[in-house]
Design a protein around this ligand. Structure first.
Ligand code: ADP
Ligand code: MG
Length: 715
């Protein structure tokens, strides 16, 4: 069979009748698979794998590829390769931090494999003389080494496959799965059994014309060959097909939401802006920028429209989105409509409330603050005042979504830093009103490549310019061996009146990873290098009262340096802060680094950021830091973030607000994203005139979006 004209697959699933084995269908429970008893079935089910069809979508994490197995003696620095060898020695090394080292050898030489952290786990994993395949990128430090390679214990069977030139799937592992014998090898036994005995093909929901147009493999082949590919090209071909499906599903939801909104007429209405809004604007301590004026206008026009507003206000950190949102809330108040203004952290919600409450009170607008750190009685009280309509604007955290909060006339929902909330949380708040208007904000600029596709259900307002008088922040990155100079620099800057932040990735020491943590650093620095500096520490586990007091003192200039975790990442506004040090900058994604940088340079003073990278530094981390230093435009950074996002980033992915994808890459597959959008436009435009295949696709997408797993069997 020819697939997309690109490659020929000769071995579909073998349709074989075997008398000892029940017929395997896509819907068959996994117990029908040889070797899967009740215990294994239970653990599989807890991973969402109950039927044969589910397991087909349990894709390999990577592959052991004979064509890529390199003799250890021939390895070169920066090469990504798989090596196969025997454990010659292994053990814990004590130095600056604990490490686990394994020496793996074959006939041509030895190489060091290294792990920072997880020492206990690795200790149990290795025995001298065992054979392993290790995959990773070769580095150099007093000899060749691979840091944090992917490991696969070789047994006779996979060993044979490696030597027979096969590409072997390596499945994602969890400790529950390994405990019942479903490590990668166990999973391979199941998947190979399935492909041998499956008597049904996965029907393809994509019309053949679409597949041809975009050169996409047939679904069954794509899935089968993702598990057992014949060669590397095939893996990529199949991935593209699955990525297309993934992106299509994602965009389907966007189209559906847009359709729903457009079909709704809201029950509340707004008059054009009146006296109070004008008075409030006049009393602001600054003139709005051109972009702030333009976006405010867009929003106010939306509010006066017939359909509920769904608008995203985005713009770089510090560009001044809050005031625009407050103007919208004030407009709602003028029309006797209530606003719920939700922020992701207490610090931020409190800051909004403190900043805006007095100004709003002056024009007769009643505000309140609702966070989890109020007492139960206080929360109840605020909830009741919202319910009676007494409060016009309530600022708060996710505490706003709880049942004790109701509204008399919720007209506007504002969500600050929207990417920090889940869909469900946003939905719950929204449901407290009757088709309220929605304004979401984010300081993670969204790359142009994505606004049309992933955010197509939102209208978009963009603030591009910064308020006047800001000086561009100077950014450097340094390796961690300059710590002493760094502290000297900080001492001197503080002596000159400087204020700022030092960011750490962890609150306290961890067994899992060897990273600097804020508690130890605080204990050490306040006794040592930074003895004469007024230090304080904030992180997520410090009590809200105490944290508030610290932030207030910081804002009032009584604290010089704040040692903090990323709790300060969003929103914190101290215009005097000019210094920012980021420890373990290599662990952060670009978008997050940029977000952190936004904490300084908010006043008129020159600010400096020093990103401290700890070795070993991967190539991608180094590129990221170089880019961070050279680029200050948030939009450019957002695009680059998509490109440079490396695997294994502990923070980056979730917090950037982008969906987690299994097979697709938003940057590399942007052509597929666009192709999917076009297809959906056709599906939604001509719904009554679709041919059977397209109609079936539409139905399939609708069912999948509701999380009903559907297998189009047959074929
Ligand atoms: P973000 O868009 O990151 O949420 P904020 O709304 O917190 O930014 O604004 C950042 C800072 O800029 C605040 O201190 C705010 O008072 C100030 N600001 C906002 N708009 C202007 C303006 N037009 N002129 C001067 N300063 C402004
Ligand atoms: Mg903000």
């Amino acid at each position: 069979m020819t697939v997309g004209g690109q490659f020929v697959i000769d071995s579909g699933p073998k349709i074989r009748q075997n008398e000892n084995v029940p017929e395997l269908k896509l819907n068959s429970p996994l117990q029908y698979v040889k070797g899967v008893g009740p215990r294994k079935a239970e653990v599989l089910a807890s991973h969402g794998l109950s039927a044969v069809g589910d397991l087909l979508y349990y894709f390999p994490r990577h592959y052991l590829d004979r064509t890529n197995v390199v003799p250890i003696g021939q390895l070169k620095v920066d090469q990504t390769a798989t090596i196969v060898g025997e454990v010659k020695a292994h053990g814990i090394l004590y130095g600056k931090g604990r490490r686990y080292e394994v020496i793996l050898g074959d006939d041509t030489g030895n190489i060091i494999l290294l792990w920072f952290g997880g020492v206990k786990y690795w200790e149990r994993m290795f025995k001298k003389g065992q054979k392993f395949a290790a995959t990773g990128t070769v580095g150099y430090f007093q000899g060749l080494q691979i840091v944090h390679p992917d490991m696969e214990r070789l047994d006779d069977c996979s060993d044979q496959m490696v030597h027979a030139g096969r590409i072997i799937p390596v499945y994602p592992q969890t400790s529950e799965l390994s405990k019942v014998g479903l490590g990668s090898k166990g999973m391979r036994q199941i998947t190979s059994f399935i492909f041998e005995h499956l008597t049904e093909r996965i029907g393809d929901h994509l019309p053949a014309t679409v597949r041809r147009e975009h050169d996409l493999a047939d679904l069954h082949e794509a899935i089968a060959k993702t598990h057992y590919p014949d060669n590397r090209d095939q893996i990529e071909q199949c991935r593209r097909r699955l990525a297309f499906d993934e992106l299509l599903g994602l965009q389907y939801r966007v189209f559906r939401n847009k359709g729903k909104k457009e079909a709704t007429t809201k029950k509340h209405s707004y008059d054009p802006p009146g006296q109070r809004l004008r008075g409030f604007r006049k009393a602001l301590p600054f003139e709005l920028t051109v972009d702030q004026k333009a976006t405010t206008k867009e929003i106010l026009e939306d509010l006066q429209g017939q359909h509920p507003m769904s608008r995203l206000l985005h713009g770089d950190v510090g560009c001044g989105k809050t005031v625009v949102a407050v103007l919208a809330a004030l407009c709602a108040a003028e029309n006797q409509l209530q606003t719920a203004f939700m922020a992701p952290t207490e610090i931020l919600a409190e800051q909004h409330f403190r900043n805006w409450q007095p100004r709003l009170a002056e024009v007769g607008v009643e505000t309140a603050l609702l966070t989890a750190s109020l007492t139960a009685a206080q929360r109840k009280k605020v909830g009741e005042r919202c319910g009676s309509g007494e409060i016009d604007i309530v600022f708060g955290t996710h505490a706003l979504i709880y049942d004790y909060v109701s509204f008399e006339r919720l007209g506007l929902v504002i969500i600050d830093e929207q990417h920090r909330f889940g869909v469900e949380q946003r939905g719950k708040l929204y449901a407290k009103g009757e088709d309220p208007d929605l304004l979401v904000m984010t300081a993670t600029p969204i790359p142009r490549t994505l606004t049309l596709t992933l955010y197509g259900d939102l209208d978009i307002s963009t603030i591009k310019t910064m308020p006047p008088g800001r000086k561009p922040v100077k950014t450097y990155w340094r390796s961690s061996d300059i710590q002493d100079q760094l502290f000297t620099y900080l001492r001197e800057e503080v002596k000159k009146g400087g204020q700022g932040y030092v960011i750490y990735p962890l609150i306290e020491k961890s067994d899992q990873v060897e990273l600097e943590n804020v508690e130890d650093a605080f204990a050490e620095l306040s006794q040592g290098s930074l003895k004469d500096v007024r230090l304080a520490m904030v992180h997520g586990r410090i009590k809200p009262k105490e944290r508030d007091a610290i932030l207030t003192r910081f804002r009032e200039g009584e604290i010089d340096l704040l040692l903090a975790t990323t709790v300060i990442e969003v929103g914190i506004d101290n215009p005097e802060a000019t210094l920012l040090v980021i420890e373990h900058a290599e662990r952060f994604g670009l978008a997050q680094l940029h977000q952190l940088r936004g904490r300084v340079g908010r006043g008129g003073k020159q600010a400096t950021v020093i990103a401290v990278a700890h070795t070993p530094l991967s190539e991608i981390a180094r590129q990221r830091l170089e880019y961070f230093v050279s680029q200050t435009d948030g939009f450019q950074i957002a695009e680059a973030d998509l490109q440079l996002r490396g695997p294994g980033e502990i923070f980056g992915v979730r917090q950037s607000g982008l969906p987690e994808l299994r097979t697709a890459n938003l940057w590399r597959d942007r052509d597929l994203l666009e192709a999917g959008r076009k297809l959906l436009e056709e599906l939604f435009a001509d719904r009554d005139r679709l041919d059977n295949q397209h109609r079936a696709l539409y139905k399939y997408l609708r069912a999948s979006a509701e999380d009903r797993r559907v297998y189009l069997g047959g074929g």
